[in-house]
Design a protein around this ligand. Sequence first.
Ligand code: HEM
Length: 189
Amino acid sequence: MKGVVFNLLEETVTRAFGADTWDHLVETSGVHGAYTSLGNYPDDEIEALVAAAMQALSLDRDQVLRWFGQQAIPVLNELYPAFFDGPSSARAFTAGINTIIHSEVRKLYPDAACPHFRLRDASDGGLVMDYLSSRNMCALAQGFVEGAAAQFGERVEFRHVACKTKGDAHCRFEILWTAEVDDGRAQAA
Ligand code: HEM
C-alpha cells in the first residue's frame, strides 16, 4: 500500500483523536510508523494499524475502514482540490473513480495498486459498482463514497448487496444519491 494512504490515516486519526492516539496505534501495532507518500509498504502494516484502531475504539474492521474513508475525503479535498472542483456532483465524482481519480493517482504515485470498479448506471438514476480488489477493503470504498457525498453536500444511500468476505464472487454496491443537504453547503447538481 502506498505511503500516502498511511499518511492519510495518520492525519485523520490525529485530527479526530490527537497525536497521542496515533502514537499509541503505532506502538501497539508494532509497525515502523514513518511513511513517505511515494513509498510502498506491506499491506500487513495497514492491517496492523487498523487492528490496533479496532482494539482502541471497540470497532470492527469494517467500521474502522468506513470511518477512515469518510474522514479521509475532507483531507483529500485539501490535498487534491482538482478532483473535487471538476465534477458537479458526488455521483459524477464517484463515477470518475477509474477514469479520472485513480488514473491520476497512478500518475502521481507510479506503481500504485488501486482497486478496479466495474460501473453501470442503474434505472433509478443510481450507480451499480462492483469492487474488484484482493485487499477486501470494500468498507473503505463505502466510506469514500459517503465522505464524497458529504463533501458535495448530498445524501447517499449505499447498499452493499454482495460481499466477497461473505462468500460472493465480488462486492457489489448499489448507490443512490437521494437529496442535497439543506445546510447552505449544497452545490448545484
Ligand atoms: C469515491 C472515491 C474513492 C473510492 C471509492 C476509492 C477507493 C479506494 C480503495 C477501496 C482503496 C484501497 C485499496 C484496495 O481496495 O485495493 C483505494 C486505494 C487508493 N486510493 Fe482511492 N478511492 C477513492 C478516491 C480516491 C481519491 C480522491 C484519491 C486521491 C488521491 C485516492 C487515492 C488512492 C490511493 C493513493 C490508493 C492506494 C493505492 C496503493 O496503495 O497502491 N482515492 N481507493
